[in-house]
Design a protein around this ligand. Structure first.
Ligand code: AMP
Length: 573
């Protein structure tokens, strides 16, 4: 790291150098995928409740789906939404869209109709791929007209399962199977595959083409699509591979457990793209239910397990009472939220694995740094930057100035994984892309050996069980209620999820309402994960000197209350 520090005022930050990646490696996602299909053709690629597909099977099916998508009009720059729980369809459609030249737009299958509509309109999604499960299909179908969706490609979920409806019933109640409309807009999976071969093949995507629009609140909370190119996403795979090999993972030998949702960038890169590049068998789990997960671990004996701290903590807790053998697991990456030291240590003791914490953002495809899997690792650190990545710590009050080792500042990142910008938001893009570096909104420091430690966030964000919840979304939804005059949403400490949202509300005079009524109002507008754990009605809310609503007093109050509660628990134990 060649950071310079200038005590005498602001000086242009020097760009530190880093090792270069080999230029001969795949630089688009179809190249990564096709190489894996060639290298590992006969090896199992996917496991879904015991039903398996080899790399050759997945390669052939993906090519047929790509042809079907081309017949539907997918080509360069056409946005195709993926709104799927983890399943073979997630993997096949992801690569088929990319092979047909299109751009993937990831949707959270638990979105409300409103959230779906906003993202479809913002991204220009014209085709949506979704399962025949009412909870996912319903909200999209409800807005399909208004959103101007040209096609809904509906995947029969039970058909991907080994014993059809039996497992489906266990997973999603039978009543949840969607009644799919029968009209020209709807295309069934079998119909998609049934047409004649496309006569014209589309040109292969180029490294600088946008492969994915991944929605995030970024530093402001307003949802926007991070444009991740093929070079960004393929680059992050190439940056991670040497690290995984160093950690003892072997090509064509591993089983990767994919329970974190593939519509989130961490799972997409680590549990799917990287796992395929290594020729691993990906064990797809559509929903996080602890008993189901433990049964899957017992059945499939995974070796590689990327997940978020809440999932590691849940397994630790379940292992206190259940008799589970977790010793197949050898290597884990925890990401998305801070990993409490005791959770990591307990999970390592239970499994005998190496669990390292990583750090990243949607805007960086996502991985930036990972704690090494060997004796060099540092407790509490999110590790060393990946190859070809530089981390700069800049003075928040004078961003041109780099801070010396040990001093805190805002974290900036440079590397091949940094996004091209936000879709149609040049002003937001230039806020966070500064001289080619990504401004993260995270606060941290580096020790003399270059290990990164995160200490705080400048951006207004709650990380709840590994999911990002933006207070702004909750506040905007509450302001739509006629009784709400002022509202502040913050994250409060939560022993299980790390943080949970809480809303403080001041009511308009003459409009009485209750927290339960506000909660019912919110359930139509925000997703379950965003729903405040508590809504507190107050007669006034704290303000800054200029009269703006202020969060810091409420955050301090809640931290103090959580600290006292923990002290009382310890005293009575
Ligand atoms: P996302 O864009 O959803 O991937 O969220 C990115 C944000 O998650 C980062 O800017 C951090 O604030 C937070 N984050 C990711 N990994 C970690 C980690 N290991 N420890 C603490 N915060 C993290």
């Amino acid at each position: 790291m060649s950071a310079t520090h200038d005590d005498g005022g602001c000086r242009q930050a020097a760009a530190p150098s880093a090792p270069r990646l080999s230029a001969s490696e795949p630089n688009t996602l179809p190249e990564v995928f096709d190489r894996a299909v060639r290298r590992f053709a006969d090896r199992p690629a996917l496991d879904f409740f015991g039903r398996k597909w080899t790399y050759r099977d997945v390669g052939e099916l993906t090519d047929r789906v790509a042809e079907g998508l081309i017949r539907l009009g997918v080509g360069h720059g056409v946005k195709v939404g993926l709104c799927l729980p983890n399943s073979p369809y997630s993997v096949v459609f992801y690569f088929a869209i990319l092979k047909s030249g299109g751009t993937v737009v990831n949707y959270n299958p638990l979105y409300t109709p409103r959230e779906c509509l906003a993202q479809i309109l913002d991204s220009d999604t014209t085709i949506m791929v979704l399962p025949d499960i009412e909870r996912v299909y319903g909200p999209v179908a409800a807005v399909a007209d208004e959103a101007g969706l040209r096609h809904l490609v509906v995947c029969p979920f039970a058909d991907a399962l080994p014993f059809g409806r039996g497992v489906l019933y266990r997973l999603f109640k039978r009543t949840e199977k969607a009644r799919v409309h029968d009209d020209a807009r709807h295309v069934s999976f079998s119909k998609l595959l049934s047409g004649r071969s496309a006569t014209q093949r589309r040109p292969a995507p180029r490294p600088d083409d946008v492969a994915l629009l991944q929605y995030t609140g970024g530093t402001t909370g307003v949802p926007k699509g991070a444009m991740l190119t093929h070079a960004n996403l393929a680059g992050n795979v190439r940056q991670l591979s040497p690290l995984m090999q160093g950690g003892g993972l072997r090509d064509g030998q591993e089983r990767a457990l994919a329970v974190i949702p593939l519509f989130h960038v961490f799972a997409m890169t680590v549990a799917m793209n990287l796992a395929l590049d290594m020729g691993a068998q990906i064990v797809l789990v559509p929903q996080f239910k602890i008993e189901e997960l433990l049964a899957t671990i017992a059945r499939t004996k995974p070796t590689f397990f990327p997940a978020v701290p809440t999932i590691f903590a849940a397994i630790n807790k379940a292992a206190e009472t259940a008799d589970v053998d977790l010793r197949s697991i050898r290597l884990c990456i925890s990401g998305g939220a801070p990993l409490p030291a005791e959770v990591g240590a307990r999970f390592e003791a239970l499994t005998g694995c190496r669990l390292s914490e990583g750090y990243g953002l949607t805007e960086s495809s996502p991985v930036v740094s990972v704690n090494p899997f060997d004796a060099r690792r540092r407790a509490g650190s999110v590790g060393l930057p990946l190859v070809d990545t530089t981390i700069e710590i800049r003075d928040p009050n004078c961003p041109d100035r780099l801070m010396p080792a040990g001093a805190k500042g805002e974290v900036y990142i440079r590397g091949p994984q940094i996004m091209a910008g936000y879709w149609r938001r040049p002003a937001d893009s230039s806020e966070v892309l500064v001289d080619g570096a990504l401004r993260t909104g995270d606060v941290g420091y580096r020790d003399p050996e270059g290990f990164l430690f995160l200490v705080d966030r400048i951006k207004d964000l709650i990380i709840c069980g590994g999911y990002n919840v933006y207070p702004r979304q909750i506040e905007d939804a509450l302001y739509e209620h006629e009784a709400v005059e002022e509202v502040v949403a913050i994250g409060i400490p939560d022993a299980y999820r790390g943080e949970s949202p809480k809303a403080f509300v001041k009511l308009r005079a003459g409009f009485p309402t209750t927290p339960d009524e506000l909660r019912a109002f919110l359930s139509e507008r925000i997703s379950k994960i965003e729903m405040p754990r508590e809504i507190e009605i107050r007669t006034s809310l704290p303000k800054t000197a200029v009269g703006k609503l202020s969060k810091k007093e409420l955050i301090a109050e809640e931290r103090e209350r959580a600290g006292l509660a923990a002290m009382n628990r310890r005293a009575s134990a």
